[in-house]
Design a binder for this molecule. Structure first.
Ligand code: GAR
Length: 204
């Protein structure tokens, strides 16, 4: 049995990915502790989910800081104080700069609702619909300094069905997000992920 992994989860919105982790921990599917949930949005529903799970929360707004650097350094301090092993960007809608990332090398994972490198950035589901792709999906990747560019750990494919609304597609993708994000954290915890350049090797 592995040691419990200590997680920081960064959120901006609804928090269904956060909820999936809370549930997996409660069900004993993941041996982890969420040490802190950080939100850049004080109204994020994710904060209520965290409160419901008895998880310490902190909302930290960019506008309360003079610079992006000061903002990120505050987040670094909060996370370091919690002795976190891994940071999950679970719908956190900001780009983290090297000021943040150099403190946590290979310790930040992001979930994105497309098959990267397609449809980076905002509203990936809307971009996929507008482009007319027949398949879309989601990606878990290590975070680097680019936008949705880091080495890919897991991807899942979902069909885009005729007549899909953005919301219908987003829901179909989200179900897979919850599954592969959890899977990626388990692989990380088991020490099975090895980054070689752009590739992430999954060790047996
Ligand atoms: C998820 O679909 C996630 O992939 C996306 O935000 C949503 C958050 O949902 N993230 C991005 O687009 C990051 N580029 P949630 O708050 O319900 O977990």
């Amino acid at each position: 049995m592995c040691n419990p992994i200590r997680l920081a989860v960064l959120v901006s919105g609804n928090g269904t990915n956060l909820q999936a982790f809370i549930d997996a921990i409660q069900l004993g599917e993941l041996n982890a502790q969420i040490a802190v949930v950080l939100s850049d949005n004080p109204d994020a529903y994710a904060l209520e989910r965290a409160n419901g799970g008895g998880i310490p929360v902190q909302s930290i707004c960019r506008k309360d800081f003079l610079s992006k650097e000061a903002y990120e350094l505050e987040m670094v301090e909060i996370i370091q104080r919690k002795a976190v092993d891994l940071i999950l960007l679970a719908g956190f809608m900001r780009i983290l700069s090297p000021t943040f990332l150099r403190n946590f090398p290979q310790k930040v994972l992001n979930i994105h609702p497309s098959l990267l490198p397609a449809f980076k950035g905002l509203d990936a589901q809307g971009q996929a619909l507008n482009y007319g792709v027949k398949l879309s999906g989601c990606t878990v990747h290590f975070v680097d300094e680019g936008m949705d560019t880091g080495p890919i750990i897991q991807q899942a494919v979902v069909p885009v069905l005729p007549g899909d609304t953005r919301e219908e597609l987003a829901l179909r993708i989200q179900k897979e997000e919850h599954r592969i994000f959890l899977e990626a954290v388990k692989l990380y915890q088991a020490g099975k992920l090895k980054i070689e350049g752009r590739r992430v090797k999954i060790m047996d």
